[in-house]
Design a protein around this ligand. Structure first.
Ligand SMILES: [Ca+2]
Length: 281
């Protein structure tokens, strides 16, 4: 008896001779299973996608940034930046005046916690921690803590698409969370030319595209949030020439001013924050 099925047939290898009806049915079952893999798992896909575009950028404005801030999460909201900083004993939540870099509101996390990604949801702020499996929810105006929530694994970056929170954990797989219950509602495997893209870090949803810092690089990848495919890369290493110091850590921090259509980037311990324009030609 011919036995061809999802458990015995790798997704990338089709039977040479699927002559019988049984074999055809088995093939269809296999293809359906493979399609499911593509949506939900981090498994490598043999079908390579086109290489990502290479976009350039230019600096529109340069602003001061606290060189003591180990930037983990960054957003722009109603005229201010909100920033989450990391390291145990130095983790904080901050409201920052863009033009001066002045911290106008701040709370420090207990020294047990290493602050990570930050996003807003309505009149709340949501902050991850690195290895404590714990997220904090704050009132946007007062920074009063409203609740906590837990998640398995590490917390790195977080943003939202208007429906769901989108979270990174250092791997190539992003998680979607319900913004009210924080239950996981889906996953997205991020791939570039058929290969997984690990170390996805700070996130920002920009006009329907998902921007992600790749940890320990000066690059941002632009991800199609439906397919998980990296459609473009931007190399921000030229920004290092503008910093005036080598006492900096990695490039990290992306914020989008939706109303003003301004994109801001910075890094950990970077003394500058940049408004940049991306050129897609
Ligand atoms: Ca961000």
């Amino acid at each position: 008896m011919l036995t061809i099925g999802p458990t015995t047939l790798p997704c990338f290898r089709l039977p040479r001779a699927a002559a019988s009806a049984a074999a055809t049915a088995a093939l269809l079952t296999t293809l359906a299973a493979c399609a499911g893999d593509a949506r939900t798992s981090g498994s490598e896909q043999a079908v390579a996608t086109p290489p990502p575009a290479r976009y350039r950028f230019s600096i529109v404005n340069t602003y001061p940034h606290d060189p003591e801030a180990f930037t983990q999460g960054l957003i722009y909201r109603d005229g201010f930046l909100y920033e989450s900083t990391g390291l145990r004993g130095a983790s904080s939540l901050r409201k920052v005046r863009l033009e001066t870099g002045e911290v106008v509101q701040r709370i420090d996390l207990d020294s047990r916690y290493f602050g990570e990604g930050l996003t807003d949801w309505g009149d709340r702020l949501v902050q991850l921690t690195w290895q404590s499996n714990l997220g904090f929810v704050y009132d946007l105006a007062s920074f009063g803590q409203l609740r906590t929530f837990s998640y398995p694994g590490e917390g790195w970056g977080i943003t939202h698409d208007g429906r769901r929170l989108i979270m990174s954990d250092g791997t190539s797989v992003l998680r979607f969370l319900d913004p009210e219950t924080f239950a996981e509602v889906g996953r997205l495997a991020v791939r570039e030319r058929g290969l997984s893209v690990p170390n996805l870090n700070e996130l920002e949803m920009v006009d329907g595209e998902l921007f992600a810092n790749v940890w320990q690089t000066d690059e941002i990848v632009i991800i199609d949030p439906q397919s998980g495919i990296v459609t473009a890369r931007i190399d921000f290493s030229p920004l290092r020439r503008e910093l005036g110091t080598d006492r900096v850590d990695v490039f990290n921090g992306i914020a989008w001013d939706r109303e003003g259509r301004r994109l801001f980037v910075t890094g950990k311990y970077w003394p500058r924050l940049f408004e940049v324009e991306v050129h897609r030609d």
